[in-house]
Design a protein around this ligand. Structure first.
Ligand SMILES: Nc1ncnc2c1ncn2[C@@H]1O[C@H](COP(=O)(O)OP(=O)(O)OP(=O)(O)O)[C@@H](O)[C@H]1O
Length: 614
């Protein structure tokens, strides 16, 4: 995620909308269901208070009957009313929850859809810079947090807020002094809640919640990276070291969680003691008031009512308390979603600007590029031309900018300075679908999806016939791979023990690129992971893929670039040398030195049995 977040904006003038406003926005056409659900929940809240009033009527009829003896009819009526209202309250509450659940599912769905749609428009390079673990946490985990707020806590909150209003009305109606006494713990409870939520102070509940959630996201990203790296780390006996990063994220999370609990502890304690300690105020007040009561029986029945009622208060306050925590979590979730949604998108050309190239030479003119969040440019003032049907190779030390340059051709990023064009048309003017059709990009570790081999290859051209898929696989030297698979082309990769080696995956990926038959081919160290057995076949497949195409290739193995029309040596983001293999060797410069080093490296061999290398 980028460093500038809407959360920081929240601290400034343009505060983001509240969590509830966001819920309504994402609910779309189901927004009215949220209101209906909350109204029903509020009605249910009141309906659940009223049975107590009727219970009081029953108790009162026995303790202080108006006519000397309890009125049976009045008792039965009150009992039925209490029962009916209690059951009715539950039914209305369930209906309300049904409405809010319908809205909550739509909200979570709309959030996920909005983020997925936005991510489809961001530069492809964004995904190499962002951890998939933290993205997954935002898209999956955070939306689930809003579901809880919309489905449960918001209606509970409305109900729990309205019920105390009914409670206050009822308490003052019976005996205002006792009513006031009962309200003292309620007031203390709300006050402690207010303290916990804070009023914009640095150490307020929301800022803690943000940091707590950030620690959770970091832990999720570290866990994903850790699991992914397990085989490599085990191979190199680095298990403990690799676990350190994950461990640090866990410790960080533990620290945040402990800090958060410590911060909330006093407020929670006051809150819990207040809401559960109504008796501590009510009983002494009752004793004092009983002494001066004109009608002791009536006072006693009122007192019993308040004793029952105060239990309900604690339940309602607990609901409000849990709602407030969910509001903080949802607010944080919306902030994170906003952060994903604020990632700059790759601008698409308007209809008037759009153009599709008919020639396929690739040209970079005075290109400069700096990765988001970095200070040093990855490329500075780079100009080069790959003529149509020609091959240009990019070589140079690690971190020189080769992959970055290659990625600009397929618009993984847009350059900050200069232009990248195909057939004389700036790639920014080529509609995304056309650009993807024109350029085939082969990475060093092309991934296969967990689908059949046939489907994996067909991604190159979805409308291709079976015969064309077969031909592409044949051209990519994949016959031996398909033959050994249990269901041939229909074998699903990655399941039931069907795994392919790196070189085999690369050949299937090349079949995909061959099927695409794009006029411009970008190869980013396409033979990097090839073992000797696969290398010859990959080279043959590459030769077929590149025949007659405009090729820009990134290579570490200098033996693969000797026949390129031009070789560019990139160092520190600049082209420091360019020419043909022979020309550069004759110049005795940087490339010539790299060539000598390379040849020394590949001719190293084990000397006899003493383990020396020569
Ligand atoms: N996704 C990224 N986000 C931020 N910086 C990046 C990213 N990818 C590369 N860089 C930085 O840009 C510079 C150029 O990297 P690049 O991968 O283009 O070099 P390279 O010549 O292809 O290296 P190698 O041969 O090791 O693959 C390096 O300093 C690298 O750290």
């Amino acid at each position: 995620m980028g460093s500038k977040s809407p959360r920081s904006a929240a601290a400034g003038k343009d505060r983001p909308p509240s969590a509830v406003a966001e819920l309504y926005r994402y609910a779309g056409t189901r927004a009215p269901l949220l209101t209906v659900g909350c109204v029903l929940s509020a009605i249910a809240g009141v309906m659940m208070v009223l049975p107590l009033v009727f219970l009081w009527v029953v108790v009162n009829e026995f303790l202080a009957p108006a006519g000397g003896v309890p009125d049976q009819e009045r008792v039965l009526f009150a009992a039925w009313m209490a029962f009916g209202l209690a059951v009715g309250g539950f039914v209305v509450y369930a209906l309300g929850l049904m409405c809010t659940h319908f809205a909550a599912f739509r909200i979570a769905g709309n959030m996920r859809r909005a983020m997925a749609a936005h991510l489809a428009k961001v530069p492809l390079g964004y995904f190499s810079s962002s951890s998939s673990g933290s993205l997954r946490r935002v898209i999956d985990g955070c939306t689930a947090q809003t579901e809880d707020l919309a489905a449960h806590k918001l209606p509970d909150f409305t109900g729990a807020l309205l019920a105390p209003v009914a409670f206050v009305a009822v308490t003052f109606w019976f005996d205002w002094v006792m009513g006031l006494v009962c309200l003292v713990p309620v007031a203390v409870g709300f006050l402690s809640l207010g303290l916990m939520l804070g009023g914009g102070a640095k150490r307020d509940g929301q800022s803690f919640m943000e940091r707590y959630q950030a620690a959770l996201v970091r832990m999720s990203a570290a866990a994903t990276e850790y699991v992914r790296g397990v085989p490599v780390m085990k191979m190199f006996q680095q298990t403990v070291r690799s676990f350190k990063v994950f461990h640090a994220a866990i410790v960080d999370y533990r620290r945040m969680a402990t800090d958060y609990v410590r911060f909330c502890e006093p407020a929670y304690m006051v809150q819990l003691v207040a809401v559960n300690g109504t008796f501590a105020v009510l009983v002494p007040a009752g004793i004092v008031l009983a002494a001066g009561a004109a009608n002791f029986a009536a006072f006693l029945s009122n007192f019993i009512f308040y004793v029952i009622f105060s239990g309900l208060t604690s339940m309602l306050l607990m609901k409000v308390m849990y709602s407030s925590e969910t509001v903080m979590m949802a607010r944080d979730a919306f902030d994170r979603a906003r952060e994903v949604l604020s990632t700059p998108v790759m601008e698409q050309p308007s209809q008037a600007q759009a153009a599709v190239p008919t020639a396929f030479d690739v040209r970079l003119q005075a290109v400069g590029f700096t990765y988001p969040g970095k200070d040093d440019p990855a490329l500075s003032d780079v100009s080069l031309c790959v003529p149509e049907g020609g091959t240009v190779a990019l070589v140079g030390p690690s971190g020189g900018g080769k992959s970055t340059l290659a990625s600009l051709v397929a618009r993984f990023w847009d350059p900050a300075q200069g232009t990248v064009s195909i057939g004389g048309i700036d790639v920014r003017r080529i509609p995304a679908a056309d650009l993807m059709r024109i350029v085939a990009f082969v990475f060093q570790d092309d991934r296969l999806l967990k689908r059949s081999i046939r489907e994996n290859v067909r991604i190159g051209r979805p409308q291709a016939t079976d015969a064309e898929v077969h031909a592409a696989l044949q051209a990519a030297c994949c016959d031996d791979i398909v033959e050994k698979l249990p269901q041939g082309l229909d074998t699903v990769v990655g399941t039931k023990g069907v795994y392919l080696s790196g070189g085999e995956c690369q050949r299937i990926a090349l079949a995909r690129a061959l099927l695409k038959d794009a006029p411009v081919v970008v190869l980013d160290e396409a033979t990097a992971f090839a073992d000797p057995e696969n290398e010859a076949q990959i080279q043959r497949a590459l030769a077929r893929l590149c025949a007659g195409k405009t090729v820009l290739m990134v290579a570490h193995r200098l033996s693969t670039v000797t026949r390129a029309d031009q070789i560019c040596v990139l160092d520190g983001g600049r082209v420091v040398e360019r020419g043909t293999h022979e020309g550069l060797l004759a110049a005795r410069g940087r490339y010539a030195r790299m060539w000598t080093d390379y040849n020394q490296a590949v001719t190293w061999k084990i000397k006899g049995g003493d383990g020396h290398v020569a």
